[in-house]
Design a protein around this ligand. Sequence first.
Ligand SMILES: [Zn+2]
Length: 322
Amino acid sequence: MTESKAFGSNCIGANDQTVVGRFAPSPSGRIHAGNILAYLCAWLVAQLQGGRVVLRIEDLDSERSKSAYAEALMRDLERLGLTWDEGPYYQQNRDEVYAAAFDSLSERGLTYPCFCTRADLHAASAPHAGERFVYPGTCRSLSEEARKELLSVKPAAWRLLTRDCDIAFTDELQGPVSMNLASDCGDFVIRRFDGSFAYQLAVVVDDAEQGVTSVVRGYDLLDSSPQQRYLQDLLGLPHVEYAHVPLVVAPDGRRLSKRNRDAELESLLGRFGTPEGVIGHISYLAGLIPYDETIAPDELLCELTYSKFVESLQGKKQIVFS
Ligand SMILES: [Zn+2]
């Protein structure tokens, strides 16, 4: 077996058993209790298995990403004792790499242009609360001619053809996950109207290139995993292990937002005095330690084993912030 980074090869890192985790923050806001728990868990999963951590700044969305936030995020991680071994890598200016993956899919006829506006899609199938949006496939059957004609006058997003088959894997914390991309998601966008590459494509390409083997992130991203696994298969990239950690929600059960200032790191530091106080409180809320005490990530390693970590968080989808 030869190692190759070319798309279509299945053997990148196949013999390398080291766990490589990642912090992958989007620099669009300040760090809060939910991010802290996700980063802490990503760090623990790697450290408890003798692995290492890569830092990747997910600044694909140039409008929402601010370099000041990226700087602040790195300072906050360091302050919390959540160290990384490699990076930071950035997603901006990597269009060439993403384009190569996109082209390899397009050359095989797996992509097609979609001209639907948000309003079109909404009119076609407005999802009810809590329902997933499924693309109805409107532009899938356009003729080659119609596509050419429309492309000359209209911008298009590019969708990936999905297949009617189940994508199944076992999440380290949430157990078996199965999704039929055709019926649960539909053909999804991998290149956006403005020409930029979509999150799903960039993440899959980056994870492979950066040797990531373990993806630990919030439960809200569980639905992205089958799409990413499908892309990995099509691009001949290795699979990764997933662990989706509970979301930290506001006392009213809603997602933490700008209204919940008390969950932001600065407020937490004010309340608990030290970064170790903050780590301790969040670890306690998550059930990783039995008492609300001051503890550094390094010290947590002595309290936990990987199986104890999994047991503490298994099946938990959310944790109420208090
Ligand atoms: Zn369309």
